[in-house]
Design a protein around this ligand. Structure first.
Ligand code: HEC
Length: 141
């Protein structure tokens, strides 16, 4: 008899938890959908002036070239390694820090680690331009 009571209580608990989870998830879906809608509405004006739209797409080139293994770009929500500095403002600060504009820095870095990175894995003109575009976008946020 005692066993039956325990089984009953456990079933009730599982039932409640299941019901809660169900509603929890359906509610989340609704808010997520609502958020997406507002995000879409907010994005419209900028979509006209910017060619890159989502942060994951913006970061694709940095991921492809392995930059994110050492760098984050927090302004674009790109979480990466911590060996190098966060590149959110690199577009603006590189010239002051390294004595040459970012375009030149990425061709021929003046700093130790980046010299090695670029030497072993040079960027094409297109890749460099794409990276600079991404970092420019980040620095303007
Ligand atoms: C092995 C780790 C590593 C990789 C991979 C790497 N970096 Fe770096 N990067 C660094 C470090 C460390 C610095 C700091 C300066 C130095 O010591 O060279 C730096 C500095 C920079 C800077 C100057 C920013 C500042 O504030 O000083 C830029 C821009 C940059 N990296 C871009 C890139 C790009 C673009 C890539 C991908 C093509 C990349 N890095 C890949 C480690 C890395």
């Amino acid at each position: 008899m005692k066993n039956l009571a325990i089984i009953f209580l456990v079933s009730v608990a599982v039932g409640l938890a299941g019901g809660y989870t169900y509603f929890h998830f359906t509610n989340n879906d609704e808010t997520a959908a609502a958020k997406q809608e507002t995000a879409a509405v907010q994005k419209k004006p900028t979509a006209l002036t910017q060619t890159t739209s989502t942060s994951s797409k913006e970061g694709e080139i940095l991921k492809q070239k392995g930059c994110l293994s050492c760098h984050s770009v927090s302004k674009l929500n790109l979480q990466g390694g911590t060996t190098g500095p966060d590149l959110s403002n690199a577009y603006k600060v590189v010239e002051g820090k390294h004595g040459k504009p970012i375009e030149e820095f990425l061709k021929e870095p003046t700093s130790a680690v980046m010299s090695g990175v670029i030497k072993s894995n040079p960027l094409t003109d297109e890749e460099r331009a794409a990276i600079i575009q991404v970092l420019k976008t980040a620095s303007e946020k």
